[in-house]
Design a protein around this ligand. Structure first.
Ligand code: AHG
Ligand code: MN
Ligand code: MN
Ligand code: MN
Length: 335
């Protein structure tokens, strides 16, 4: 078979999902269709980002504050709405929960048949939007098993093992989608001329140890002794290289490819840290574990953590197995 045969170059996302499952099972069909809609949302966001500086009303703040207490950007709102609109027409997802919405958004016409919930961070790394740097989107799919009687999403307060699929889209020089449905981690590149995500790498494995050390060290003054001691350890040993972009998706993508560790620890004032369990930490933990890595809140696996509310936060230590374990050992020594 020639190197450049169509067969080799054109494995699309929806076909790839079907290949990993029994193609004709209802679950396979559903997940394939859901991934296809996520890909469409990714294309719409990528298109808007690629022209953002050329169009009016794309960059900057809306003037609103979201449920996280953060100033909302126009792109946060746009991307949040894009995911809603692509799933409105799909019939598959009955409910979406996002970093940007106080409560889950219901699509009554899809309920109760489409008993899947999409959890997502529409734009991860919003502070990078206005300066034309990489941002991302993070997603996870869960099956809705119980009724959500008051519409507050209390049935979503379960651990990360409930996730059926998770992944992210990174909007960088190219747009890349990385996903797992529990059968390894696979990446796809958006070919803008085809408008399709094309398979780039299958069964990505994160190295057991790597050089990258990724954290916002500007927070050193408010970290506890365990994290300070770990930081001093890094400063005093050969073989580390610091990388931090302000967008979790990009930083973790680098670690997935090259190995290392990303940390967003709690602080003395905010022991739960910043990152949101349901939309950020749990989906990325699912993905990194599927690639042979590890994700921890410092004391136990992120996937075992049960959120106490929809927008619960958690400290996050994620990446190569050995590097995450080393951070955990510093934290456990200080218990
Ligand atoms: P978001 O833009 O979705 O609110 O997430 C921002 C997150 C994450 O992407 C990044 O790693 C972290 O916040 C950066 O926070 P600091 O500016 O505190 O380092
Ligand atoms: Mn935010
Ligand atoms: Mn985020
Ligand atoms: Mn966000």
């Amino acid at each position: 078979v020639p190197e450049h045969s169509l067969e080799r170059d054109c494995t699309t996302l929806s076909r790839h999902v079907l290949q990993q499952l029994q193609s004709f099972s209802p679950e396979a069909q559903d997940l394939s269709a859901i991934m296809n809609r996520i890909a469409l949302a990714g294309k719409l966001v990528a298109r808007r980002l690629s022209r953002a500086g050329l169009m009016a009303d794309v960059l900057g703040f809306t003037g609103e504050t979201n449920v996280q207490g953060e100033s909302v950007k126009k792109m946060d709102v746009y991307a949040n709405d894009v995911f809603i609109s692509v799933f409105k027409q799909s019939g598959l997802v009955c409910r979406l929960a996002s970093e940007e919405m106080d409560k889950p958004y219901y699509i009554p016409e899809n309920c109760p048949i489409g008993r899947y919930t999409l959890l997502y961070d529409p734009i991860d790394g919003s502070s990078n939007v206005d300066i034309n740097l990489n941002v991302g989107s993070i997603f996870a799919i869960r099956q809705q098993k119980e009724d959500d009687l008051d519409g507050e999403g209390n049935d979503l307060l379960k651990d990360g093992h409930e996730q059926l699929a998770a992944g992210y889209i990174v909007y960088g020089p190219s747009t890349m989608l990385v996903y797992s449905i529990g059968h390894g981690v696979h990446s796809f590149l958006l070919d803008p001329s085809l408008g399709e995500f094309i398979l780039a790498q299958e069964n990505i494995q994160i190295p057991d140890h790597g050089p990258v050390y990724s954290t916002n060290e500007g927070n050193f003054w408010q970290w506890d002794d365990a994290i300070r001691d770990y930081t001093r350890y890094v400063h005093r040993h050969e073989g580390y290289t610091a990388r931090y972009s302000g967008a979790l998706v990009g930083d973790i993508h680098r670690i997935l490819m090259q190995g290392g560790v990303f940390l967003y620890p709690g602080t003395v004032k905010k022991p739960e840290g910043k990152l949101r369990l349901l939309y950020e930490s749990a989906p990325l933990a699912f993905l990194v574990e599927q690639a042979g890595g590890k994700a921890s809140n410092g004391l136990k696996p992120i996937l075992d953590v049960v959120p106490d509310k929809l927008h619960a936060r958690s400290p996050l230590v994620i990446g190569s197995k050995e590097d995450v374990s080393l951070v955990e050992s510093f934290i456990q020594d200080h218990q």
